[in-house]
Design a protein around this ligand. Structure first.
Ligand code: NAP
Length: 288
């Protein structure tokens, strides 16, 4: 989609719909072979945002024709009980993908839970084995949000080869894997974080900016080179209840050659890539 000043508005709704359509076609094909693709989602506690995410994942499964199992456990669930549930799902051959919605209540260790899910069923791509495969450039499950970013760039024919890419943020679920994927796509990658000195200058040199900070309007127009591609991962809720990203969209879109909006940008891609990962899991588990 082309917007103001020939700037391309990267439409996450359109791209995610294409990914989900592709996943639905694969699900239907597998069904013809007697394979019912199934995703199990575990939610511990009653965090309102997590409830919305889990509900959306269930809807996406339905839209793609997948079976979904939902486990909503109370906030005081013991870690050992959660581990038992994961062990049962690991052993259940009818379950292809398992995800445990983060964050978990404080008394449960997220690393222990993430590591308990079989790497072959880890459709969130958070297991250390999958993180290691990504680091070494081998095939594994990719975390859904960074995978969604790469899918958007591919869809828009944005070539990363030789480009300067600056990723702002170094979390294990977004910043670090996004940096590794950009490196694998032959970009020259700089990762900025809260201790970066001269962040503005680093960002200004970028052909592609990936902002995953969690601060509204963090990336301002004076930090952006003319013609840069700007991917805004941030999801921030303002006092007036509105959602906004990490990028000052209005000002930055006058300089960018392509930009993702919030909402309707990277957000919808995450669930679409989860659907894709679950299909991949089902195919691999059935030797396809
Ligand atoms: P996170 O774990 O809080 O990481 C934020 C990163 O930003 C950290 O690496 C932090 O640096 C860096 N940072 C914070 N303040 C900074 C500053 N003033 N200058 C430079 N760097 C700074 O967050 P996350 O999980 O990666 O998520 C980032 C954003 O993306 C959030 O808004 C989140 O809601 C959103 N998100 C969206 C999706 C989606 O589906 N679209 C999925 C996941 C997350 P340090 O490491 O030095 O602390």
């Amino acid at each position: 989609m082309v917007g103001i000043n020939n700037m391309k508005l990267i439409n996450g709704k359109e791209i995610s719909a294409a990914v989900k359509e592709r996943a639905a076609a694969e699900v239907a094909k597998l069904k013809e072979q007697g394979i019912e693709v199934c995703l199990a989602v575990i939610l511990v506690g009653d965090d309102p945002a997590s409830q919305v995410y889990v509900g959306n994942k269930k809807k996406a499964c339905e839209a793609c024709g997948m079976r979904s199992l939902e486990y909503r456990l109370p906030a005081d669930t013991k870690q050992e009980d959660l581990l038992k549930l994961i062990a049962n799902l690991n052993a259940d051959k009818t379950v292809n993908g398992i995800l445990c919605q983060l964050p978990l209540p404080k008394h449960i260790d997220e690393d222990t839970i993430t590591s308990a899910i079989l790497p072959e069923k880890d459709v969130d791509g958070f297991h250390p084995v999958n993180a290691g495969l990504l680091l070494s450039g081998k095939e594994g499950f990719l975390p859904c949000t960074p995978a969604g970013i790469m899918e958007m760039l591919k869809y828009e024919n944005i070539d990363c080869k030789g480009k300067n890419c600056v990723v702002i943020g170094r979390s294990n679920i977004v910043g670090k894997p996004a940096a590794l994927l950009m490196l694998a796509a032959d970009a020259t990658v700089t990762v900025c974080h809260s201790r970066t000195v001269n962040l503005k200058e680093a960002v200004k040199a970028a052909d592609i900016i990936i902002a995953a900070v969690g601060r509204p309007n963090f990336v301002t127009a004076d930090m952006v080179k003319d013609g840069a591609v700007v991917i805004d991962v941030g999801i921030n809720r303002l006092e007036n209840g509105k959602l906004c990203g990490d990028v000052d969209f209005e000002a930055v879109s006058t300089k960018a050659s392509a930009i993702t909006p919030v909402p309707g940008g990277v957000g919808p891609m995450t669930i679409a890539m989860l659907m894709q990962n679950t299909v991949i899991a089902a195919k691999k588990q059935n030797g396809i």
